[in-house]
Design a protein around this ligand. Structure first.
Ligand code: ZN
Length: 131
């Protein structure tokens, strides 16, 4: 199945944990694996702290500092920093499902990472169920 995510900023973390858990509930998966994949080259998926939003802004600040918008990039589209961030962060995550719940730590959330927004994006989700 597929989630639609709409970003509003150039770079932005969007918490999609509850949308993924909602799909676990709809599919009725009690135990297994959840594979989350984004079909984009200028976005990412990561798991990190869901309690203090300043953690997300700090991660974005570091990425935007280490990978500046202005550099001697060759890519004509002009969004090379977004491509670099996408490769560093990665395009997928695998999360265990236990007792019908994503087996995340207390302080973990799943984030769609926009690096070249604002845009409408997609997140593909596949489940492997234990038998
Ligand atoms: Zn490009």
């Amino acid at each position: 199945m597929k989630l639609t995510v709409t970003s509003r900023d150039k770079t932005q973390f969007i918490d999609i944990t509850s949308e993924i858990q909602n799909q676990v509930n709809i599919q009725g998966i009690k135990s297994g694996l959840c594979f989350v994949f984004i079909p984009h080259t200028t976005a990412g998926i990561t798991i990190n702290e869901n309690a203090d939003p300043s953690v997300q802004s700090d991660i974005l600040n570091v990425l935007n500092t280490v990978i500046p918008w202005e550099l001697n990039y060759s890519h004509l589209e002009g969004n090379s920093p977004a491509h670099v961030k996408s490769s560093i962060v990665g395009a997928s995550e695998i999360i265990a499902i236990e007792n019908g719940q994503l087996a995340l730590g207390t302080w973990q959330g799943v984030y769609f990472c926009e690096f070249d927004g604002p845009r409408t994006r997609h997140v593909n989700i596949k489940f492997i169920e234990d038998r």
